[in-house]
Design a protein around this ligand. Sequence first.
Ligand code: SF4
Length: 627
Amino acid sequence: MSSVPTDSLTDIQASNRDLATTNGAVAGTASSPKASHKKGRRRTGHLKDVPESRELREKIRDYCRTLASRLDRSSALSKDELETVSRRALEELQQPEAYLGWTMVVLSSEYWREQVSTIPPERRLLLLPHCLKHAEGCPADYDQFGLDCKKCGACSIADFREQAEKLGYKVLVAEGSPIVLKIIISGYVDAVVGVACLNVLEKSIDKVLLAGIPCMAVPLLSSDCRNTSVDEDWVYEMIHVREEADSARTPSYLHLLRSAKNLFEPSELERLVPKIRKKTQRSKLASDSGSPFADPIGATESLAHEFLAKGGKYARPFITLAAYDAMTGANGVSSGGEQYLAKIPDAVRRVALSIETFHKASLVHDDIEDDDDFRYGEPTLHRTYGVPTAVNVGDYMIGMGYRLVSRDAASLGTEAANEVLDRLADAHLRLSEGQGAELLWRDASDKQLAPIDALKIYALKTAPAFEAALLCGMRCAGPLGERETPLKLFAKHLGIAFQILNDLKDWQGDQDNKLSAGLDTLGGRPTVLWALAIEGLEGEKREELCRLTDSGEEPSVILAQAKQLYQTAGVFEKANLLVDKYQERAERIADEIDPESLRRLLYYLVDTVLDRPTVIESQLLTPTLPV
Ligand code: SF4
């Protein structure tokens, strides 16, 4: 077996290490200290072959194991670095580029092997693909967590599950990272081991690497989705990997993600924001009279607390806590971060809570203005309690957001508290201006819209929340100084790119949250996609688009026609290029920011907030319209 050339390896990481001074070298943070300015998703189908022979697979894996033992654990191995090192490995082994995807998974697993091995099996999740099941004879049904295997023994899932459960693993026969990330951030597990095809692993590897979660995987031998197979002994060996001795953990944002989510656990919410109207209990009797509350005075507070704890990714409070941590030594991302995070002052936690409270208030009002049916997979507040009550709960949460900061002026320091309040008020005003402009356009008969006008609305509607979350978190740690202006621009570019991505994702819908595809178009929202179509179409085609939303046609017909017109105008490609442009602008600003712990947080935000769905292009080309 050709030996691993040490020089190439060190080059790759040296560029990393030189800049990685403090423990800011954080796994799960964005790639090397200088962003790679990578463009949107590229086509990767030709990089996902599985080496045919077992002998060749073992040769590559052994090589990767040696390679991985030399990789630096104190700084994150990003997807770009993983690809660079894997390409070098294939060159050294004189193997085709077609094995790149497979080699990246094997190398990443070897990189995390030691850290997975030190995590007790009862804190691990085993993820198995349902395509391993016996397609013709499997008696199992599906529940909300995936395939509920009956262990009939007709396929290897039963054995894998049996052995893992004996060791204490949590086992899921499911795919798709959303449920996995939820389980990890909720704190049930600290490591993931899994079996999946390269397509699924490609989608999830990003998120696992970014979150810095110890993870190992064995790729399936094909991506056929039926009766697939795997190197079973590799799976057993992975399930049983175990080291008694503890090993240094690659720093990660996992603890901060969990801390942000824990702020909204009912008991923690009650500790940080104790209800004033203690005695407000739901009473069945009262609900018969239409009011769900025995004491209407306390009802609004209860509904506000309930909605705060209801759902969401809690990205904004995470940004606030992570910004504070980045400016106070970044101990929260280092191994043992949870002990440090326990020391974050409650006043800072309340600032993070306040950011989310404003966000949730805007969602309640937004759902009314857009007459939406569902939020977080449940009926919207105004669908349940009526518009007047919902408007009022939204207003209450705004007041709550300000009081969460004003009441802690003493611990934050008066100057800091005033500045945080001013930033919250400023963000609130700009958001309302953006929302106002959107509503006026939506209700106007003239459907002309220039892309620049749509982007202005985004800069007002979406960017201020990122700006407030970031700068308020930093201000709790100290004055912003010269960082303020570039960081405001960073938040603007990030917010605009995020909103454009949201518009693109709207064409996919979101089953988890009961949101069907194309709601923006059907709801007449002024998106940059619409503006690009108006700009890209001429004469009759443009008129046809402007008439569409008031045509009285079936929603599926309207969406089919809109999609045809959008494709004619090259809207989806142009929108993706716009996301690239704003992402690059945000990364360029991040390149110049210090300290390094803050720069890494900015890269992490770019990589996670601007998470591009891989399949958008293919679905756009073969529209799956709601019937
Ligand atoms: S072992 Fe489980 S997954 Fe496999 S065929 Fe039987 S019931 Fe289905």
